[in-house]
Design a protein around this ligand. Structure first.
Ligand code: SF4
Ligand code: SF4
Length: 410
């Protein structure tokens, strides 16, 4: 695609990157076929090709309208279009630049600004989300049925292992996941312990930054990334100061949305002279939990009773990280029955804060996803991202769990 981006924008790293990405797009439209919002709305401007065109126009003319913002806001950032694109267009990075550009130049109406910033702070300010969740759980019995299902119950996490192994990995605890389902990280630590690996939690490492990034609060996202790097760096730089002196093999992430973001730290901080090299190292060490276990001998694990499972691969896992079929293969090898699921490539509508900010579209996508997941009568639905898990569980007829809990049998 030919571009005529203004000279001042082309002098910036974002302008150069946007120009490079736009030039890769040949406008073929193949990506529309797998875009969830294009499938629901049938509008060219609610598909990747139309959004790319809108962003190009916006950068070139310097003008953006409410209409442009509406179409960008409706994008789930699921990156299904990247998987489909034969030209390798990095749509996810382009839409990040487009959103940052838009937020800096076109103010949202006050109510919208308040809603987005309030949501961001409620989810990220220490203690706020946990307090609200505990309040909701306390009042659960008084809530109407529809609202009650949106307040997830809190399964007991169980204890974390205290043994120290020669093999060490760091764990990203995350921000909302430990509040919603603290059992996920605890299960990951127990399973890795049985395989002879210590999973270490590092104080100070928390939110990966994805939530702020997708809400257009790019500087807040960068701060979160730098904070995590600072927290992990001593363990990466001075392995000899660890309890056993072993070096860290990986940074393990149990939520695929966060994993996708941490793997992108090197790219996102590439122009930061103080952090670029460290961020690249952190990204190189980042692994989804599935990638870690796929490389291990699982014989020491007791697979427990065989279950009929419908697996939902989150977009951040299959499109963001390009990790496909790994968890399904592992669960099958452990004796579980994995049921075929139609449209497995499509988003469930969770997408970070999307389900709160675009409830109508998110609800339609969830209904469609659940109809496929439940079509063959599974005992349970397994997934790999806390956002998908919570979003699906609020309307599912069967339990929705993180897949690692299925491997965590005593
Ligand atoms: S993003 Fe890729 S698939 Fe979509 S129109 Fe451009 S080149 Fe074609
Ligand atoms: S990221 Fe997802 S919703 Fe957005 S344009 Fe691509 S396929 Fe469509």
């Amino acid at each position: 695609m030919q571009t005529r981006l203004p000279a001042d924008f082309l002098l910036t790293p974002q302008g150069q990157e946007a120009d490079r990405i736009l030039r890769n797009c040949v406008h073929c439209g193949f990506c529309n076929a797998t875009c969830p919002t294009y499938q629901l709305l049938g509008d060219e401007l609610d598909g990747p090709r139309g959004r790319i065109y809108l962003m190009k126009q916006m950068f070139e003319t310097g003008a953006a309208t409410e209409r442009t913002r509406t179409h960008l806001d409706r994008c789930l950032t699921c990156r299904n279009c990247e998987t489909t694109c034969p030209s390798g267009v990095a749509y996810g990075h382009l839409v990040d630049i487009g959103r940052e550009w838009m937020e800096a130049r076109v103010q949202r109406p006050p109510a919208d600004r308040l809603r987005r910033e309030g949501l961001r702070r409620a989810l990220l300010a220490p203690g706020v989300f946990g307090t609200l969740l505990r309040l909701g759980r306390g009042l659960r019995g008084l809530l109407p049925q529809a609202l009650k299902r949106r307040v997830p119950t809190a399964p007991a996490p169980g204890s974390r292992p205290s043994r120290q192994h020669a093999r060490r990995m760091l764990l990203l605890e995350g921000c909302v996941q430990p509040e919603i389902d603290p059992g996920i990280n605890a299960a990951a630590a127990r399973v890795l312990d049985r395989l002879g690996i210590t999973l270490e939690s590092v104080p100070g490492a928390a939110c990966c930054g994805a939530l702020s990034q997708h809400l257009g609060a790019v500087e807040a996202a960068r701060e979160a990334m730098r904070r995590n790097i600072d927290a992990w760096w001593p363990a990466l730089e001075f392995p000899a100061e660890s309890p056993d002196g072993g070096s860290v093999e990986a940074i393990v992430i149990t939520a695929s949305g966060c994993g996708s973001q941490v793997k992108d730290y090197g790219y996102l901080l590439r122009d930061d002279p103080a952090y670029a090299a460290k961020a690249a190292r952190v990204s190189a060490l980042a692994r989804d939990l599935a990638e870690v276990l796929a490389g291990e001998d699982l014989a020491p694990l007791d697979p427990g009773p065989a279950r009929r499972i419908a697996f939902h691969p989150p977009c951040s896992l299959q499109h963001g990280q390009r990790v496909r079929g790994v968890i399904e293969g592992m669960l099958t090898r452990l004796g579980h029955e994995l049921l075929p699921v139609d449209e497995a490539h499509l988003c469930c509508g969770s997408a970070g804060t999307y389900s709160i900010l675009q409830p109508d579209l998110a609800g339609q996508l969830r209904d469609r996803k659940l109809s496929h997941l439940q079509a063959r009568g599974p005992e349970l639905i397994a997934t790999a991202n806390i956002g998908c898990q919570t979003h699906l569980a609020a309307a599912s007829g069967v339990p929705v769990v993180h897949w690692i809990t299925l491997l965590d049998t005593p």
